[in-house]
Ligand binder design. Structure first.
Ligand code: UDP
Length: 429
């Protein structure tokens, strides 16, 4: 493997994660690209240009470049409208490759089904293997929608089925996703490799032992959050699928259950709007007001790197009540900072959180059950301290180094199998 073409049509590795369409996939692409480059693989990432004032090609770090392909208007194009721009985007990718000597790229890795469609054509043209990561799957998402949320269209389902059929290797985040790919999308079991995502253990780390309280106070002061009282935090894109409303409703229940605890409690919602329904930032603010908990809820814009680690360290608990989650990087990051996670027992969260060891998994989105679990933990500092230790140990099993290393091995297998197939075809000619 010398050169990798990574395709990320709908969201750019240059975008701030935690708002709009930028989330875990952006983090995944950036973190693995950096490590692949360090291992000697030049990574070229193709994404759609969404601003006129940035150079067409940007070097992220030595060995990783981002090509911003012109395809449709810079702004105002929803993800749902992107299929109409796939031809323009693909042409931009093919043209970029045509400027090089034949055989420039050894392999394509596409992320999300829209990129898979581009990779499908590029793979045919370049005669190289295609590796695909779905990140989310429409059939899975549609099976667990939030009330009133819009289902993914059938055109996406068909698009995903096409990509699965045409891809050399599929990368799944967990065994559960591998199972979904084979049972819901008819992928061949040998087509699928499980590669767990990672966490930046250098950035997301706990406070030094004995310094937890001081670090917490420091973090809260930096973020402008109350320095005393319990803090439960939601981090991520504010969208129905991530269910921040379940957390707010649980806090309202908690208020009815133990008003003195609820009075001291703060809930921080960190992230920006995304998707439909709750995409109006005001929707959650209105909900907090309707529930009578406005005084308890603080909204913070998306945070970057070190500031995000402070958010996790400032919190007593991080809540991840999602209806569907292909992995849940936020859960890993919080745990790496020594903060126990209370998460819905769905998708990748079952792997990201070790139930009763690094946090709690709740098999429900019923606010009453969430209120019970949160109140139980807030009232038990000893139990929280145990979970905090378990959280750090659990998170340390995951690292981006390991993810990149395993990806590289998937790439090498795919290239070797491709070359064997070509050799066999030559012999049969
Ligand atoms: N994120 C961030 N700043 C924020 C909120 C989120 O950088 O204010 C990042 C977070 O660190 C995580 C990613 O966005 O790496 C979200 O990934 P996750 O897998 O939790 O959810 P996704 O967005 O992929 O559904």
């Amino acid at each position: 493997m010398r050169r990798l073409a990574t395709i990320s049509v709908h969201t750019s590795p240059l975008h701030q994660p935690g708002t709009g369409d930028a989330g875990g996939m952006n983090v995944y692409i950036v973190e693995t690209a950096k490590r692949l480059a360090a291992a000697g693989v030049a990574v070229e990432i193709f994404t759609r240009a969404t601003a006129s004032d940035v150079p067409r090609t940007v070097e992220l770090v030595p060995g990783v470049s981002v090509h911003q392909v012109l395809a449709g208007p810079f702004e105002g194009l929803a993800k749902e409208d992107l299929p109409a721009q796939l031809c323009a985007f693909t042409q931009g990718v093919l043209r970029a490759e045509a400027r090089h000597a034949p055989g420039w790229y050894d392999l394509i890795h596409s992320h999300y089904w829209l990129s898979g469609q581009v990779g499908w054509l590029a793979k045919e043209r370049w005669g190289v293997p295609l590796v695909h990561s779905a990140h989310t799957l429409a059939k899975v998402k549609n099976a667990s929608l939030a009330e009133g949320d819009r289902p993914e269209p059938w055109t996406r389902v068909i698009g995903e089925e096409q990509v699965v059929a045409e891809t050399d290797r599929l990368v799944a985040n967990t065994e559960a996703e591998a199972h979904e790919l084979t049972t819901w999308y008819d992928a061949e079991p040998e087509q699928v490799s499980v590669v767990e995502p990672g966490v930046d253990l250098g950035r997301f780390r706990p406070a030094p032992p004995g310094n937890e309280h001081r670090a917490r106070a420091h973090a809260r002061a930096l973020l402008g959050l109350p320095d005393d009282g319990p803090l439960i935090t939601f981090v991520g894109r504010v969208q129905p699928l991530k269910a921040p409303d379940v957390l707010l409703r649980a806090v309202a229940e908690l208020r009815a259950r133990s008003p003195e605890l609820a009075d001291r409690l703060t809930v921080a919602v960190v992230g920006g709007p995304s998707g439909s329904g709750l995409d109006r930032p005001s929707a959650l603010i209105e909900l907090a007001s309707t529930l009578g908990i406005t005084a308890q809820v603080r909204f913070l814009p998306p945070q970057r790197g070190a500031a995000l680690a402070e958010v996790y360290r400032a919190s007593d608990l991080v809540a991840v009540p999602s209806y569907s989650e292909s992995f849940g990087l936020v859960a890993l990051e919080a745990q790496a900072c020594g903060t126990p996670v209370v998460a819905a027992a769905v998708g990748g969260l079952v792997t990201a959180v070790q139930d009763q060891v690094s946090g709690l998994l709740i098999d429900s989105h019923d606010p009453t059950e969430w209120a019970r679990a949160l109140a139980g933990l807030l009232a038990a500092p000893q139990r929280r301290a145990e979970l905090a230790r378990g959280a750090v140990t659990h998170a340390r099993q995951f690292s981006w180094d390991r993810t990149a290393w395993r990806l590289l091995s998937v790439y090498q297998d795919a290239v070797a199998a491709h070359r064997r197939r070509l050799a066999a075809q030559l012999v049969s000619c």
